[in-house]
Design a binder for this molecule. Structure first.
Ligand SMILES: Nc1ncnc2c1ncn2[C@@H]1O[C@H](COP(=O)(O)OP(=O)(O)OP(=O)(O)O)[C@@H](O)[C@H]1O
Length: 238
């Protein structure tokens, strides 16, 4: 397993955000973390990326225990946060160079990695453009390319399509599915949108801080459309 979460709980004061969350994502799979607003997705990403730590439970990233060996666990992790984090006054390539420097990459190796990552996201032709001049979809692609520079084994994305139009949303969803399929990267993609989940994806259904289901999407929802399956399990009585 490439990403394993075991019995993870987290509270903000008296408010429980996650309660004994457990799931595992096999290597090279695209996993959708599907949950309505307030399900606990951002809290889980905060814990997965070491932003804060859980009083109980365990996170293993490509075999590394995040609490015991955070350096090794974070070194194999790429992250795309929900809030945009590009420097708008720098070009696409400069944004990637800056991040590469933070990872100790330089010279030809750095340039080779930057070109490869931009190619993967079909962004090489825009490498010289300022981030400010890109549309939302291309900014997001740049952030994904940047998250791949250090060759992570696991890529975490927190609602990466928020605020994008339908075409950009579907292009980015397709790009990241292709990354998992073609490169063996393990992906955890948080969303509340069922049309971003493909039948063969691993699906983790999160609701009110608990995992209600985890497994291959098509096996979980069967012949019921995923949207109906999702809504019937996450409906909150009026
Ligand atoms: N700083 C905080 N203090 C108190 N409660 C919080 C805090 N942050 C989040 N919560 C609560 O914890 C629960 C989980 O929130 P979280 O933001 O992780 O969910 P989410 O699935 O990411 O939702 P969204 O899609 O709206 O971001 C919610 O009930 C939320 O109100």
């Amino acid at each position: 397993m490439s990403l394993t979460v075991t019995d993870l709980s987290y509270s903000y004061g008296a408010k429980t955000a996650l309660s004994q969350v457990s799931f595992a994502v096999p290597e090279g799979r695209f996993a959708a973390l599907l949950g309505p607003n307030g399900a606990g997705k951002s809290t889980l990403y905060g814990l997965l990326t070491g932003l804060f730590s859980a009083p109980s439970g365990q996170i293993r990233v490509a075999g590394h225990d995040l609490a015991r060996n955070p350096r090794a666990a974070l070194a194999v992790m790429g992250v795309v946060f929900q809030q945009p984090t590009l420097d708008l006054d720098l070009s696409v390539r400069q944004n990637l160079r800056y991040f590469a420097a933070l990872h100790g990459l330089s010279g030809r190796d750095r340039d080779r990695r930057i070109d490869a990552a931009l190619d993967r996201l079909a962004m090489r032709a825009r490498a010289g453009e300022k981030a400010r001049d890109l549309n939302g979809g291309h900014r997001r692609r740049t952030e994904i390319a940047r998250a791949l520079l250090h060759d992570p084994r696991v890529l975490l994305l927190d609602e990466p399509t928020v605020g994008l139009d339908a075409a950009a949303r579907s292009a980015i969803t397709d790009h990241v599915h292709a990354l998992a399929r073609d490169t063996g990267l393990t992906v955890l993609w948080a969303t509340h949108l069922t049309d971003e989940v493909l039948p063969g994806d691993h699906l983790v259904l999160l609701h009110q801080g608990r995992v209600l289901a985890s497994g291959t999407a098509s096996a979980l929802h069967g012949t019921t459309p995923l949207r109906d399956w999702f809504l019937s399990r996450t409906a909150v009585p009026a």
